[in-house]
Design a binder for this molecule. Structure first.
Ligand code: FEO
Length: 171
């Protein structure tokens, strides 16, 4: 049985994951407006991943006999100065999400809620990966500055990204 406070914080995380989904869709829309199909694809796939994260929290709360709740989600920023700007903001956002996951983990540890500790471990690893991906892209895009040819090459590379959910929902 999860505590009321833990259920409240897990529900709060659904909101942040859905916000992340919308944020990355907004970034995809910006990239589409710049005719960068690969970057658009990258952010659309990222949005799908965020939906998957939100659903993991949703399903977990229900599995633990809690009440999942959906609350209002703030509108994301829609205007960006460049693709580098989108990745800098995405990286900053992922650092914020990591702090949220750590806060949840701290709470689960404090309450000795071992099932939730185990559940959250997947997200700790996932955040490490996401921060690394976005940080890597910031570095790459900073290096190429205004080189259009290099930007097109990265765009072609990102067109290959596909969403592949883990085989089971509990992993
Ligand atoms: Fe669901 Fe990008 O963290």
């Amino acid at each position: 049985m999860l505590s009321e406070n833990l259920i409240k914080e897990l529900n709060e995380q659904i909101k942040y994951e859905l916000y992340s989904e919308n944020l990355y869709l907004a970034m995809a829309a910006y990239c589409a407006s710049e005719d960068l199909d690969g970057f658009t694809n990258f952010f659309k796939v990222q949005a799908e991943e965020e939906r998957f994260h939100a659903m993991k929290f949703f399903d977990y709360i229900i599995e633990m006999n809690g009440r999942a709740e959906i609350s209002a989600i703030e509108a994301p920023e829609n205007e960006y100065g460049s693709v580098l700007d989108t990745f800098e903001k995405a990286y900053k956002h992922e650092q914020f999400v990591t702090k949220r996951i750590y806060k949840l983990m701290d709470l689960a540890i404090e309450e000795k809620e071992h099932a939730t500790i185990s559940f959250l471990k997947w997200f700790v690893d996932e955040q490490m990966e996401e921060e690394s991906t976005f940080n890597g892209m910031v570095k790459k895009l900073s290096r190429i500055e205004n080189n259009g040819h290099a930007l097109n090459m990265i765009d072609a590379e990102l067109a290959q990204r596909v969403f592949t959910p883990p085989a089971t929902t509990d992993k």
